[in-house]
Design a protein around this ligand. Structure first.
Ligand code: CA
Length: 230
């Protein structure tokens, strides 16, 4: 049992014991019979509380496990489509190096991982990657199938979806995404020249992740002016 659950259990124990103490005061005139009745009830209720907390702990473990699994699943889906987080980190590094002399690729990698921990980012990735894969398998309804195969320039839904990733980090995320969409450096350019694969969404998702991780570094910078002392 973790610390939080243990603290919650102790709090409930104390609350229940206070309740019992109050009830004993109220029914003291009933004597030993009441005392015996209360202690039996107390033991039974304590068992119920313990069963309840065992259940809560199991659920919490599943939920926490689910969060970890979602990140790992998102990373695995990117890998399956040929995208390594390290390559996204290199794009972030190039974006932010002009503003941070002491920046390292490892810091950029950590920032990419932090962005990928967000549930809404994971959901965006799952959706975009699924649409790319369905298009490759020719399973989308028309005219969407033809639009995806042609990577229709006016489609724009791929950029709109990826902007959802950057919007969490404000205007810096937005402008960085615009830059990456225009220049298409490194991996983003490779994905855009698709070869046998359809990467209509993936190139924008990678640009969105890189822009968000970049904006995150900018917002966390120690060099950002602190006005709180004014
Ligand atoms: Ca695209």
């Amino acid at each position: 049992m973790d610390d939080l659950a243990e603290r919650q259990r102790k709090l409930l124990d104390r609350t229940y014991m206070n309740l019992v103490a109050r009830r004993r005061q109220n029914f003291r005139h009933k004597g030993d019979h009441c005392e015996h009745f209360e202690s039996r009830n107390f033991a039974r209720n304590m068992r119920m509380i313990n069963v309840h907390f065992a259940f809560v702990n199991r659920v919490n473990t599943k939920i926490l496990g689910g969060v970890t699994m979602s990140f790992e699943l998102a990373e695995a889906q990117l890998l399956k489509r040929g995208v390594k987080l390290e390559e996204i980190a290199k794009i972030v590094y190039k974006l932010q190096l002009p503003y941070h002399d002491d920046l390292t690729v490892e810091q950029c990698y950590d920032s990419v991982k932090a962005v990928l921990q967000k549930r809404e980012v994971q959901y965006t990735l799952f959706t975009g990657i699924a649409l790319d894969e369905l298009a490759e398998q020719k399973l989308l309804p028309e005219p969407l199938q033809s639009i995806m195969e042609a990577d229709e320039p006016l489609y724009g839904v791929d950029e709109t979806m990826a902007l959802g990733i950057t919007s969490v980090f404000g205007m810096i995320g937005l402008t960085s995404f615009g830059y990456l969409d225009k220049v298409k450096p490194d991996l983003i350019g490779k994905l855009n020249n698709q070869g046998d694969h359809i990467h209509v969404y993936l190139d924008d998702l990678v640009a969105g992740l890189a822009a968000a991780a970049s904006a995150r570094i900018a917002h966390k910078s120690q060099k950002a002016t602190n006005y709180s002392k004014g």
